[in-house]
Ligand binder design. Structure first.
Ligand SMILES: [Zn+2]
Length: 392
């Protein structure tokens, strides 16, 4: 008989092996999974790009998987793709954070039985955006959730989370993953080159997990190209061209969402055989939420791409100001969108830093408008007019 402590956990520990640069986190999470009675609430705290989301996904995978977290199974794939009906990713829907109504709905939902797995996992992606009232209403559920219900709350810093929330969670701190490490991981996992990995990381705001998903999606990469091409044409666009460009961009934005819609339809069809009416209704409701999250993500990526392109122009300007003598191409600053290099240089030669700064501000404003539920088409039109003003 094997001695206690020598039990093989290989299948169970698997998803955590991939947590780059987070040895402590990986050990902690493996311990969670191998324990008989895992704690029901976790707070993952660390800066953007520290792998919190990847770790939360790995934990959800392991908690929901019928095979203890084997990466290849259908359940794990669904968790990764965010289409598992018992993995609830809750993003703030309000401009300033989570809506009270959202949290109340979450609490009601947590009382219901899981749909597909034996457990349910709720991932709150922005614990720092839980206002006092919303956080307070969540406390009782966090303290004593229905059996088999788990919560993971993410936040950039520990101080951004209410003490009352923290005291109910096991807290795990993440450090920022060095860029070089992040890039080589993305390359390893997706086959992207370092330059491509940097593009993916920029488009997804520095999240390793999302960067990998981005690079695997042809539709999302196409959307990036469409976004930059639309920006490049702005200086020569009249009003009609500009409005047309936004319209085309919205069409390009639909493509990645169509992939999600198709997956959801398949999921619903597969579930019809074994789910009751109530559970199917809940699944549909969850799918609608998921789709709205993905819509936000797609728009967010478009804005990130626009920002990275504008920052590239600024980088070249700053660099030129610092070294007026022309230098060899080898020494040029490391811009992100190298595939659009020549146009970036051309525009940099024409505009001032102030123009770029104001154009960047326009992308932030678009984000604010969309958070306040302004129609994305309108928000993008406003943004494109503002950016054109600066790049002409
Ligand atoms: Zn699995």
């Amino acid at each position: 008989m094997s001695a206690v402590g020598h039990t093989a956990h290989t299948g169970i520990v698997a998803p955590f092996d991939e947590l780059v640069g987070q040895d402590i986190a990986a050990r902690f999470l493996s311990a969670v999974i191998t324990s008989d009675k895992p704690h029901h609430a976790y707070a993952f705290v660390g800066p953007l790009g520290s792998g919190k989301t990847a770790a939360a996904t790995a934990l959800a995978q392991a908690l929901l998987c019928p095979n203890g977290g084997a990466d290849s199974c259908e359940s794990c794939k669904r968790v990764i793709r965010r289409t598992h009906p018992d993995f609830h990713v809750v993003e703030p829907l309000g401009a300033a954070g989570y809506l009270m109504q959202q949290i109340q709905e979450l609490i009601r939902d947590s009382m219901l039985a899981p749909i597909r797995a034996r457990r349910k996992v709720y991932l709150l992606t922005r614990g720092d955006l839980l206002a006092d009232s919303a956080a307070n209403s969540l406390l009782k559920t966090l303290e004593e959730p229905p059996p088999g219900t788990f919560f993971i709350i993410l936040a950039r810093t520990q101080s951004a989370l209410k003490d009352t929330l923290l005291s109910r969670c096991q807290v795990l701190a993440f450090r920022r993953i060095p860029e070089s490490e992040a890039l080589s991981t993305i390359s390893q996992n997706t086959g992207a080159t370092t330059v491509e990995a940097r593009i993916a990381l920029a488009a997804t705001g520095g999240s390793l997990l999302f960067a990998e998903q981005f690079w695997r999606s042809q539709e999302r990469r196409d959307l990036r190209v469409a976004t930059i091409e639309a920006l490049e044409r702005l200086p020569h666009a009249d009003d009609a061209d500009l409005l047309e460009a936004v319209k085309n961009l919205l069409v390009a934005m639909k493509a990645p969402l169509d992939v999600v819609i198709l997956e959801q339809k398949n999921q619903l069809k597969l579930s019809e055989d074994y789910l009751g009416k109530g559970a199917l209704g809940r699944l549909e409701q969850q799918q609608r939420r998921e789709l709205s999250n993905r819509e936000h993500q797609t728009i967010g990526e478009t804005l990130e791409v626009a920002r990275s392109w504008l920052r590239d122009i600024m980088l070249i300007k700053v660099y030129e100001a610092a070294s007026p003598q022309s230098v060899s191409p080898r020494d040029t600053p490391q811009i992100i969108n190298t595939d659009f290099h020549s146009n970036i240089e051309r525009i940099a030669a024409r505009v001032e830093l102030d123009n770029c700064a104001r154009a960047l501000e326009a992308t932030q404003e678009a984000q604010r408008l969309i958070q306040y539920n302004v129609n994305p088409q309108l928000a993008l039109e406003v943004m494109f007019f503002a950016i054109r003003e600066e790049l002409i």
